[in-house]
Design a protein around this ligand. Sequence first.
Ligand code: XMP
Length: 319
Amino acid sequence: DWTMGAYRAEMVEKIKSQVGDKNVICALSGGVDSSVAAALLHEAIGDQLTCVFVDHGLLRKNEADEVVGMFRDHMNLQVIHADETELFLGELEGQSDPETKRKIIGKLFIDVFQKYADQIEGAEFLAQGTLYPDVIESVSFSGGPSVTIKSHHNVGGLPEKMGLKLVEPLRELFKDEVRALGHELGLPAHFIGRHPFPGPGLAIRCPGEITREKLEILREADAIYIDQIRKHGLYDDIWQAFVAILPVRTVGVMGDGRTYDYACALRAVTSVDGMTADYYPFSHEFLGETATRIINEVKGINRCTYDITSKPPGTIEWE
Ligand code: XMP
């Protein structure tokens, strides 16, 4: 008779015997997988676990504070908030090619994680929230075991490079089982039900060159959009929803004046695994109300469009 409670107890024992009295580091992304992995490890080995939250300055509004706050203050994990915004945005300055942007972010992510991990004494293990589907996928692609950090930062080979052994407590689980385990471990429901968020973050929702101004505008618009979706009770029906700030300014009128501000695109899709997707059929009423709020409340946006492209031929993200 298999229950999540029994699995939890079994995993705790396994982790204890694998890790012994050594220390473990974990890259916490705020995603469901790394969060559940961290919570489970913490239950097993307490303060032998240190999490590093790499903040690249490309996160949603309040994201860093919410994630670090929850794990540090409510769950008592040791969390390092590695705020490296200056480093990432500095290196991204003037870059507009999508793959170049991804590569810069991926490389810096490894450098930063390694820098902080090196400061943790006696760390012999790297924990990853690898799931069963990831194991299958990486085996079928590379013929070998999974060795990538589960944040799509393409950090393959990192454990060897750092001389670390892997702990992957979720390796036997599917996504819905990870959510059930997260619930069992006391993670809040709204946290377990969060939409996926890409490793490069807002960088790929800001087509072309990234500027601090655009990021700030994007964060505000995105927060209103997600607020609207939650208020209308639609969050759980949607696979992912976000705003993209377009690299174009358009003319508008506001009061007696003419405006010349950025246009934005709202995106929301349904999907099972992110491989294919359909745009979400919001009511016109919802779209109109949301556009009005964004244009009225966000300084710097004067036009709002809704992206009705499915995948394929589009992608979910804009870059
Ligand atoms: P696309 O845009 O390719 O997205 O249809 C499919 C899913 O993958 C996510 N995505 C990424 N995740 N690093 C990530 O960690 C990336 O570079 C990346 N690009 C896309 C996207 O959010 C969606 O869930």
